[in-house]
Design a protein around this ligand. Structure first.
Ligand code: ZN
Length: 251
């Protein structure tokens, strides 16, 4: 069984939606296919997941799907049983118990939906994000961030473990966080939804959905990520960009 590399993008589904959801004020009327990625990170101190994708049960069960996605103009993401995070882990001979820590960049349904699969892991999330997710609102599914898990909240930047640094990148949501990963020869910044597309990074365009319409915060976070990536000589990885996903995954 091959051992995962330091950082592996796991494709957990694909959303088809209007591009303006990713690039605020740009691309209305153009549809894009956006990968939904969970990132598997191998460290000397344990195994981390950044995000866990959608809750497959809410897509596979027609009644649950209608309940959760019926009001979404773009419907449910495309996701099959082989794309759940546990199914991806099985390909490496691993199971959910082999994951020590789940880092939730933000609580939207396509990032925190799979949490129920990780009752044994420590769940990291920004305190503001946990509060926002529990309060509810657009793209948060009730209950997903209220599971009786081992929650650990933070209020600022911190070292998750040697080689993995959590970076506050609010704007898309109240308490969004990204990760700088420096392990061996691997140096990457996982932007999360602070930057959906390479275009968000290159042109410093805010995501379509901004907390309290704070595009200023979102753009400041993109600039911060670019600066962090520059100083660490790290690759900055957008989260919902199919072309970039394919390059990174080598597919
Ligand atoms: Zn989001």
């Amino acid at each position: 069984m091959r051992r995962p590399p330091a950082v592996t993008p796991l494709l957990t589904g694909v959303s088809r939606y209007d591009k303006s959801l990713s690039t605020r004020g740009r691309g209305a009327g153009t549809f894009i296919d956006a990968p939904i990625i969970a990132w598997l990170i191998e460290t000397a101190d344990g195994r981390i997941l950044y995000d866990v994708g959608c809750d497959f049960a809410k897509i596979a069960d027609p009644a649950a799907c209608a309940r959760h996605y019926g009001g979404n103009p773009f419907g449910a993401p495309a996701m099959h049983a082989g794309q759940t995070v546990p199914a991806h882990l099985r390909r490496f001979g691993l199971g959910p118990r082999d994951v020590d820590l789940v880092f939730i960049g933000h609580g939207h349904f396509d990032h925190a939906g799979g949490l129920a699969d990780f009752p044994h892991a420590e769940i990291h999330i920004h305190a503001d994000e946990l509060a926002a997710a529990r309060h509810g609102g657009e793209a948060y599914f009730p209950g997903e961030c209220e599971l009786p898990l081992r929650w650990r909240t933070a209020g600022g930047d911190y070292q998750v473990c040697p080689g993995v640094q959590a970076l506050c990148t609010p704007g898309h949501t109240a308490g969004h966080m990204s990760l700088l990963v420096e392990i061996g020869s691997t140096a990457v910044v996982i932007a999360g939804d602070a930057a959906d597309l390479q275009e968000n990074i290159d042109d410093e365009v805010a995501p379509g959905l901004c907390w309290c319409d704070r595009t200023d915060l979102a753009i400041a976070s993109i600039r911060r990520l670019k600066a962090e990536a520059r100083s660490a000589r790290a690759q900055l990885l957008p989260n919902h960009d199919m072309r970039r996903y394919r390059e990174i995954a080598g597919s």
